[in-house]
Design a protein. Structure first.
Length: 89
């Protein structure tokens, strides 16, 4: 399985099923399942950041990205609308 890392001005990573999701402890605020994907909203006390994790069991890949706190709930319900749009190769 290949792993893809994408860096933008907002943190976003795609990892395989055997990769650790995040190195720092985080607290789960909300979780839902929709369209065969599991979407989870997290908060990190370390830096007061919020992040979204979208796990697709069919592929075993997890998409992780940070989101501004004021947009966290919107990103939880509409994660793909909140993805960073600039990608650096």
């Amino acid at each position: 399985m290949s792993h893809t890392a994408i860096e933008t001005k907002d943190e976003m990573r795609v990892v395989g099923a055997d990769s650790p999701a995040l190195a720092r402890p985080r607290r789960e605020l909300a979780r839902r399942v929709s369209g065969g994907m599991e979407i989870t909203l997290y908060w990190s006390a370390h830096d007061d950041s919020t992040s979204i994790e979208v796990w697709q069991p069919a592929s075993g890949e997890t998409l992780l990205f940070t989101v501004a706190g004021e947009h966290a709930l919107d990103a939880f319900y509409h994660p793909f609308a909140q993805l960073p749009t600039e990608v650096d190769d």
